[in-house]
Design a protein around this ligand. Structure first.
Ligand code: HEC
Length: 235
């Protein structure tokens, strides 16, 4: 673990109020802004952006990746997450999707945001609703009951110290027969601006087929991959 980022911390903390304003002002992530020091805010210093979309949007083969991501210690990642959480929530909620409204009230199963190459070099947090409480057993969770929902929010930080708001990844267990190949999971991706990018058996379903394909490799574990061991909440 690296030492607590002496360069990072004051600067991130100083942007707290601006990010809150971003969240409340309803422009979560729209190419915003901020300061150098608490005394003299410099709007050019920190940018909050939306996760970029590249390649063939209609048929992605993998997650959109962020270029030149910065590596954060768990403490730094958690500190930044506390700052951007509200901005993420406000953006996702524009989708009017029930999971976007609720997920932050659910239990989080990781101790700090962890980075994932498979999910686009973002820092991720996994939340699960009460129905999915067996998620706490990780590989021993068995087959999740209908109504289980697991939601992952995401952000990243670039080398130029821009915070990039990432998508919300959702898996929802549907009744048997919903989709054999996906193990009856419905995959949904909500962009940080609240656009629903795609949904299994719904609008733009082809855009989330790559989710099914990759998670299928974990078919023995009800298509679940769980959280890297070092980051698991074990209580
Ligand atoms: C290239 C493989 C790959 C693709 C594509 C992929 N995932 Fe995942 N997914 C993983 C892995 C590995 C994990 C566990 C570790 C992690 O979070 O990175 C995971 C974890 C998850 C979880 C937490 C539940 C669990 O499995 O423990 C959700 C929710 C999720 N992914 C949703 C999605 C959605 C929605 C998509 C498509 C938009 C998607 N994933 C595409 C590999 C993938």
């Amino acid at each position: 673990m690296t030492k607590r980022g002496s360069m990072w911390q004051p600067r991130w903390m100083s942007v707290l109020s601006i990010l809150k304003a971003v969240a409340l002002g309803g422009c979560a992530g729209a190419n915003t802004v901020t300061p150098e020091t608490p005394k003299a805010p410099n709007p050019d210093h920190l940018q909050v952006e939306l996760s970029p979309i590249s390649g063939d949007v209609d048929r992605p083969r993998r997650h959109f990746r962020i270029r030149n991501p910065v590596k954060l210690s768990p403490r730094e990642a958690q500190g930044i997450y506390e700052i951007v959480k509200n901005a993420l929530e406000v953006g996702y909620q524009r989708a009017g999707h029930p999971v976007a409204q609720a997920y932050l009230t659910w239990r989080r199963y990781n101790t700090a945001p962890y980075s994932s190459v498979t999910h686009g070099n973002h820092y991720l947090n996994n939340y699960a609703n009460d129905t999915a409480s067996a998620y706490r057993h990780f590989e021993d969770a068995g087959t999740m009951p209908v109504g289980s929902v697991i939601a992952k929010d995401s952000f990243s930080v670039t080398q130029s110290k821009a915070i990039v708001l990432g998508p919300l990844f959702i898996m929802e267990k549907m009744p048997s027969g919903f989709n054999y190949v996906s193990g009856d999971w419905k995959y949904t991706l909500i962009q940080p601006d609240g656009t629903v990018f795609g949904e299994t058996q719904g609008a733009n379903a082809e855009r989330v087929e790559y989710c099914i394909a990759c998670h299928l490799a974990a078919g023995q574990k009800d298509h679940l991959y769980f959280i890297p061991e070092d980051y698991r909440v074990t209580r």
